[in-house]
Every structure is written in structure tokens, then in C-alpha cells.
Write a protein that binds this ligand. Structure first.
Ligand SMILES: [Fe+2]
Length: 396
């Protein structure tokens, strides 16, 4: 008997009951007859568990920012795929990731960022680990006043490493450890960004938003420009709908872009541009969603990144991280106004988006919606996002 039907998802696959046979049948139809993911994919705690285990744990996930741990001994706790993880910069300057849990009785080790630390010490029985994750000291381990002092490598109780790679300021982890190299994962995007010298960018601002919606909705919204005329009418004055093209995709790389006739105070005007950017890119905006979760936008004078972390099936945190070009672009007083224009623009855009994103989440409790009727012109990328989700969650 054929056990694979409906987009290759095995009959026994646990994701099937949330996705539904109708969705699976329609996924590969032409977009106008197809559909996106059904309600349960946005509302079910069980579905989020499957995403954590099958999608986030297996793929490269942006976990944090190198600028948050600038010096040796700096470390931050982060959450990836609902797992606690530490990102730490060791005495050698290298950034490493570990499962954030003491090897003795399983207490979470780090609960807030630390600066210039020499060790992580568990408050439970004071086991301590160095910044490379090596076990160093277990007080009273062999009885009262009989301490265990550890030197050297490869102890059974060392912290468990998490595979970690860095691209510029962005620290990625792959919990399962079997993903292809990070450079390969990013290649469809980096190939399209060959003219941009990302070593020139500096962190400018971070904006946090608490969104009452499933994590997928801000990402789907990020990559589709169809809503611009309706949600951000002031932006269709910048680039009218007739000059906007539909997003395209290459496997897990969803991308979109536009050229504008003239820069405005929030894009391309009043701040330094990337050095050596060819004239063809002078008036261009380009953005990406690298499935499952890396959302990245580039203009000549700024880079903006969205990090979306689920806080539950119907709630997520969106961190918008803004970078400017060069030390002057990020810090010089004469560019203060230019920076503020960019920051205010992103704050306004997100406030407008969050309103409709919250409504889309509320709509996912309606029996009148089960995946939606898609635009053949704008929404192939939404269909592709659904396909990628089904493929990843279905992968055995
Ligand atoms: Fe928007």
C-alpha cells in the first residue's frame, strides 16, 4: 500500500491531522486553486511542538547577535526551538553555544546576560564550568570538604555543545547538528547580496514587539508586499503598487525587491551608503525570508533583521534589529536625525503590521477560514512557505 500521499507526507506522520487532507492535496495546484496552511497550524500547541522538534531543531536558526556578547566572558541565555541555550564568548574570543542546563541535576544554568564572567556556576550545588563549557569544579562532590577539581578536556559532565556558526553579527545554531554548513544554507541569499560589504555595518537600534499571533504570521507578512497599499498607504507613495513585483523563491530562499525613483528620509537619504555599491543598487530595497525563520532586509544605508521567537502557539516576540553603515553612520552626531528617521519608520511599519497580524490570528479561530484563497500574482510565495513547512515537518 502506498503510505505517501498528499505532498509526500506519510499516512502515519503526526503532522497530518493538523494539516488536513484537503490542504495537502491542494499544495501543488496552481496558486489560485491552492491554499496556505490551515487554522490548526497557527493555533495548536501540539503543532508548535512538532515545529520545535522537526523544523527549528533540524535547521539553522538565528539564535542571537555577536554585538550582545562583545568581550571574552560575555554570555547570554537564548531560547531556540523552546530549548534553553547559552551563547558565550570564550577567553579566545570565539563564540560557542551550549545547552543551558547543569549536567548534575538539570537546573537551567544561566538566566540573565553576564559580562566578563570566568565561569558559569549552577546555584543548585555550585558546579562550575568555564566559558568553553568545560567542567571545572564540583564542591563537596566526594563528601564534605572533598572537592572535585577538574582540569583538561573531555569530561563526561562538560556542558553539551550546540553546533554554532557565525555570519557577520548573526549567531546561528543547529540543535540537531546535521544541517548542511551555514554558508550553504545562506548561499541563495548571499549570492544575491554579493555587492554589499556587511563588515561595514554597525548595530544601531533594537525594537521589541510582543505580537498576539503565531510566529508564522509576521514572517509571511514580512515577505509579501501585497498588503502595502492597504496597511501602509504612505509606502505606496514611495514605490507604487504598479512598480512592485511579486516575491520569488528558490527553495527555502523567499525574496523580494524593488527600485525606487528617489530615496526618502527613512530609506537611502541622509545616511552613509555601503562602500563601493554599484550604481544599479543605489536605489534598491531587497528582502528575504530564509525558511524557517531568518528575515533580512537591505537598503543602501541600512540592514534590518527580524528575529521572531514563538512564545506559545498564538504569541510571539519580534525583535527588529537595525544596522547602519560605518562607524559614522551608526554613531556620528551629524547622522542622529537620519538614524532616528529610520528607527521611527520601522516602529510605525511594525505597529501597522501588528494590527492586521493580530486580526489574522483571530481569524484562525473561524470556521469560515481554512487556509485561504490566494492571489495567483502575489501569493505564490505564501504557497511556497506552506509547502516548505509541510516538507520540513514531514521529514522523517
Ligand atoms: Fe507591512
Amino acid at each position: 500500500m502506498d503510505t505517501r500521499e498528499g505532498h509526500g507526507l506519510a499516512v502515519g506522520n503526526p503532522a497530518r491531522r493538523y494539516l488536513g487532507d484537503d490542504t495537502l492535496r491542494r499544495l501543488d495546484l496552481p496558486t489560485g486553486e491552492s491554499t496556505a496552511l490551515p487554522n490548526a497550524a497557527y493555533t495548536s500547541a501540539e503543532f508548535l511542538k512538532l515545529e520545535n522538534g522537526r523544523v527549528f531543531a533540524r535547521n539553522w536558526m538565528l539564535a542571537g547577535f555577536a554585538h550582545d556578547i562583545p568581550a571574552p566572558g560575555d554570555a547570554i541565555p537564548v531560547t531556540v526551538a523552546d530549548r534553553p541555550v547559552i551563547l558565550a564568548r570564550g577567553p579566545d574570543g570565539a563564540i560557542r553555544a551550549f545547552h543551558n542546563v547543569c549536567r548534575h541535576r538539570g537546573a537551567k544554568l544561566l538566566i540573565e546576560p553576564c559580562r566578563k564572567a570566568r565561569a558559569f556556576t549552577c546555584p543548585n550545588h555550585s558546579w562550575s564550568y568555564d566559558l568553553s563549557g568545560k567542567l571545572r569544579m564540583r564542591p563537596h562532590f566526594h563528601g564534605g570538604e572533598k572537592h572535585d577539581v577538574v582540569s583538561g578536556d573531555g569530561h563526561r559532565a562538560d556542558l553539551v555543545s550546540v553546533r554554532c556558526e557565525i555570519w557577520h553579527d548573526w549567531v546561528f545554531v543547529n540543535l540537531e547538528g546535521k544541517a548542511k554548513p551555514l554558508a550553504e544554507y545562506l548561499k541563495p541569499m548571499t549570492d544575491r547580496l554579493a555587492n554589499y560589504d556587511f563588515s561595514s555595518i554597525r548595530h544601531g537600534a533594537t525594537l521589541d514587539f510582543d505580537i498576539p499571533a503565531n510566529w508564522k504570521l509576521p514572517l509571511e507578512n514580512f515577505i509579501e508586499p501585497y498588503h502595502v497599499f492597504s496597511c501602509h498607504p504612505w509606502l505606496s507613495a514611495f514605490v507604487p503598487m504598479a512598480k512592485r513585483t511579486a516575491p520569488a523563491f528558490e527553495k527555502h530562499c523567499l525574496h523580494c525587491g524593488y527600485h525606487y525613483d528617489a530615496p526618502d528620509p527613512a530609506r537611502g537619504m541622509g545616511l552613509p551608503h555601503f562602500p563601493g555599491l554599484p550604481p544599479a543598487r543605489a536605489n534598491e530595497g531587497i528582502w528575504f525570508v530564509m525558511f524557517p525563520g531568518f528575515a533580512f532586509q537591505v537598503f543602501p544605508d541600512q540592514v534590518v533583521l527580524f528575529l521572531v521567537t514563538p512564545l506559545g502557539p498564538e504569541r510571539c516576540r519580534e525583535r527588529v534589529v537595525i544596522y547602519f553603515v560605518g562607524e559614522d553612520g551608526a554613531n556620528a552626531p551629524e547622522y542622529e536625525k537620519g538614524r532616528q528617521n529610520v528607527i521611527d519608520n520601522w516602529a510605525q511599519l511594525n505597529a501597522e503590521d501588528i494590527g492586521v497580524i493580530a486580526r489574522m490570528q483571530q481569524g484562525r479561530h473561524s470556521d469560515g477560514f481554512d487556509g485561504g484563497v490566494l492571489s495567483p500574482y502575489w501569493d505564490p510565495v505564501i504557497q511556497q512557505f506552506a509547502r516548505l513547512m509541510v516538507e520540513e515537518i514531514g521529514r522523517e
